[in-house]
Design a protein around this ligand. Sequence first.
Ligand code: SAM
Length: 260
Amino acid sequence: MTYQETDLIAKIDAFLTEAAIDPTDDPSALNAFDQYHAGGAAAVNLLIPTLQLGNESTVLDVGAGFGGPARQIARQTGARVIGVDITASYVETAQWLTERCGLSDRVSFEEIDIAEYRHDGPFDAAITMHVQMNIEFKSPWYRAIADRLVDGGRLAIWEVCRSGDQMPTWPMPWSLDGTDSFLVAPDELEADIVAAGFRTMEWEDASVWVADWFAALQSGGPPVGPALLDDGFTRVLNYAVALQDSSIVVRRGLFIKKSA
Ligand SMILES: C[S@@+](CC[C@H](N)C(=O)[O-])C[C@H]1O[C@@H](n2cnc3c(N)ncnc32)[C@H](O)[C@@H]1O
């Protein structure tokens, strides 16, 4: 199974201490490891304006990982963000990092499946970044997100799809051997989201943007941060190659929840 890493907090704490980083003063020092998707913090910056958030807004981050996107949204917009994720060690790490960043009053995380999640009142918006690749039955999963939004609520996504029949070489960041990977074509993903009760506002191929981001990353040398992921270097390299040989594409989407 993927997402099994442990000792994450100890590794991050040792890195921050060694590098004398205070993430409250310099949150961008976490970007190399708390943004678990291609495109890093710059990709989150593409999604934020589409959500039209203010400091009274509430946002749900589904599959929040280590919480980098959730904290970035809260910092930039003042919104309150709740992240849900099914991996206990990631949720614990996201909470810990959020305390270290001094954002616990506005950002929190829960270890729970979105289908089981209950909250007082609907959210204004949701994001989900690099998660649905692990979801076999996508429409019910997006339906569970829709159920937690106000009518007209916005959903921004940043996701990986396949472009043909060729599968990428494993391991990839979301799957070590392909057994927990459920890639679909962009049209199929969009149809699943629409079937879940959303209307498409924007649905664009961001693959070239991501390939440029990888090229800039490589020219800057290896990212500075703790090695958190098992076999992480190979997985990221395989992702960049799969993008180049077009076995995967990256899509940015904005969807609006239809009224019931
Ligand atoms: C590649 S990481 C992306 C994390 C985060 N969205 C980001 O971009 O930094 C995928 C995340 O999805 C979570 N995940 C996988 N299946 C999930 C599910 N059914 N429900 C919620 N989270 C899930 C994993 O635990 C992991 O944290």
